[in-house]
Structure formats: structure tokens, C-alpha cells
Design a protein around this ligand. Structure first.
Ligand code: NAD
Length: 256
């Protein structure tokens, strides 16, 4: 097998949460381009199905749109069952869905904390739990948790978000250990600043956006398409001996 063959995903089945837009959409498209069948999930079924059919057209891989909220266990479990009915199994889980609510701690509501922790930390935990029996039974699986550079370093006014992503990085390490005997690789991919909807409030203010740019050693925000190759790498047998790791894709931000 050549080196490049190890990146191929033909015959694999992937599910990407929050896959209809932003980095999740890029991840879903990259996995499909590498040959995987892909379930694109979103809370809105129409958005999921539209993204799935656009990706199928572009890549000629099989895709399906499924809808669930990552904070709701019953919705996740029935959607995963639908994916298994459609494609036979799940090999790759990308826990991408997430939100950010920024603000000084005394200005945040308890419900803000709950919403961020539920979507960013409980959601991946529930999705991992739902896929456990499938991956453990066949002793194969790849889980990629989209954490953040803010799971490693922090910024003011990010108490819920950084706490959730720090937790997600540790969830990654814990499950990597728990599932190592089952041949399941669990890794975290940690983006720095990318120009997506989650950052619209920062991008709308040129001064704030420029402050970020100034702090990024490569001198620019990430282009969402730059995420795709790292997703394929961690989802493939090219990364077969990598588990419990954290890969930063942040233009050098966390090197400082
Ligand atoms: P985005 O806002 O475009 O995408 C987030 C996606 O998650 C959306 O599709 C949204 O509908 C979905 N989502 C949110 N809550 C959900 C829920 N409860 N159930 C199901 N889906 C839900 O932003 P993005 O930048 O594409 O974010 C993707 C991931 O990347 C997030 O986990 C985010 O924290 C992480 N991240 C982004 C950046 C960045 O700079 N863009 C940096 C670090 C980490």
C-alpha cells in the first residue's frame, strides 16, 4: 500500500455533526472526497439534506442528511440507527457541532453556561456514547472531536466556551484510553480563528478582527478549506498510531 493509499476512505462511513455549514460542511465534503459515505447532520433536516445532496453531486460519494440536536440523547440514537440502516455501520464520527456565548462572567446567565456546555461537551459525550457499541463490536473506529485552541489557552470573556473545549480535549484523552483496546482512535482537532458564522460578531468589527489577525503568527485567519486535509488524515489509516492527541490548526497561535 502506498503512502497516499493510507488516506483513502473508500468503504468507510462517516457522520459529521453540524455538517450543513461552516467547518462541519468542509469536514463532510473532505471525507466524501476521500471516498467515505457521509451522513451530514444538522438540527434542520432540510439544511442537512440540501448539504448532503450538494456534497454527493460534487464528490460522487453516497451521502444522507439526518437531523438531531446534539444535546438530545434520544434524537442522536435514532439518527445513528438510521445511518446504520442506510450504510450498514459507522466508522468515523466527527463531533463538530458547537456554539459560543461570549461575555464577562457577571453578565452571563446560568442558561448561557448550560447552553454552551450542553452543545460543546455533553453533545460529543452523548454522540460518543451512541456510537460506542457499533465501533467496539467491530474493533474499529475513528472519532474526531472539534475542540479549539481555546481548549488549551484562553481569552477573557470565554468562560463557558473555553471550559467546554478544555473538557472536550480531556474527554478525547479519556476515551482514547478507554477505547484503545478496541482499535478506536480518538483525537481532537483544535482550530484557531476561522472566518465562519460562530465568529460573525468578531468579524463584523474590523478592529476586533484585526486584533486577532495581529496575534496569529501566520498573519491571517484560517480558510475553512484548510481544515479538510486534517480531517481526512485523522479519519484515515494514515493516522492509525495516533490516539489521544490534539492537533492544532491555528496558524501558530498556541505556539506563543
Ligand atoms: P458554525 O456556527 O458555522 O457551525 C456550528 C454548527 O453547529 C452549525 O451548523 C450549528 O447549527 C451546529 N450546532 C450548534 N448547536 C447544535 C446543536 N445543539 N445540535 C446540533 N447542531 C448544533 O461555526 P464553525 O466555526 O463551523 O464551528 C464548528 C466547530 O468548530 C464548533 O465546535 C466550534 O466551536 C469549532 N471551532 C471553530 C473555530 C472558528 O474559528 N470558526 C475555532 C475553534 C473551534
Amino acid at each position: 500500500m502506498s503512502v497516499l493509499d493510507r488516506f483513502k476512505l473508500e468503504g468507510r462511513v462517516a457522520i459529521v455533526t453540524g455538517g450543513a455549514r461552516g467547518l462541519g460542511r468542509i469536514a463532510a465534503e473532505a471525507l466524501a472526497s476521500a471516498g467515505a459515505s457521509v451522513a451530514v447532520s444538522a438540527r434542520d433536516l432540510t439544511a442537512a439534506e440540501t448539504a448532503a445532496s450538494e456534497i454527493a453531486e460534487k464528490t460522487s460519494s453516497a451521502t444522507v442528511g439526518v437531523s438531531f440536536d446534539v444535546t438530545r440523547a434520544n434524537e442522536i440514537e435514532s439518527a445513528f440507527e438510521r445511518v446504520v440502516d442506510r450504510f450498514g455501520t459507522i466508522d468515523i464520527l466527527v463531533n463538530n457541532a458547537g456554539i459560543n456565548i461570549r461575555g464577562q462572567i457577571e453578565r452571563l446567565a446560568e442558561s448561557d453556561w448550560d447552553a454552551v456546555i450542553d452543545a460543546n461537551l455533553k453533545g460529543p459525550w452523548l454522540c460518543c456514547r451512541a456510537v460506542a457499541s457499533i465501533m467496539k463490536a467491530k474493533k474499529y473506529g475513528k472519532v474526531i472531536n472539534i475542540s479549539s485552541m481555546l481548549g488549551e489557552i484562553s481569552l477573557p470573556e470565554r468562560t463557558p466556551y473555553a471550559s467546554s473545549k478544555g473538557g472536550l480535549t480531556l474527554l478525547t484523552k479519556t476515551l482514547a484510553l478507554e477505547w484503545a483496546p478496541y482499535g478506536i482512535n480518538v483525537n481532537a482537532l483544535c482550530p484557531g480563528p476561522f472566518a465562519t458564522d460562530i465568529n460573525l460578531s468578531l468579524l463584523r468589527d474590523p478592529a476586533v478582527a484585526a486584533t486577532f489577525t495581529a496575534k496569529i503568527p501566520l498573519g491571517r485567519w484560517g480558510d475553512p478549506v484548510e481544515l479538510g486535509p486534517s480531517i481526512v488524515f485523522l479519519a484515515s489509516d494514515a493516522a492509525s498510531f495516533i490516539t489521544g492527541s490534539t492537533l492544532f490548526i491555528d496558524g501558530g497561535y498556541t505556539a506563543q
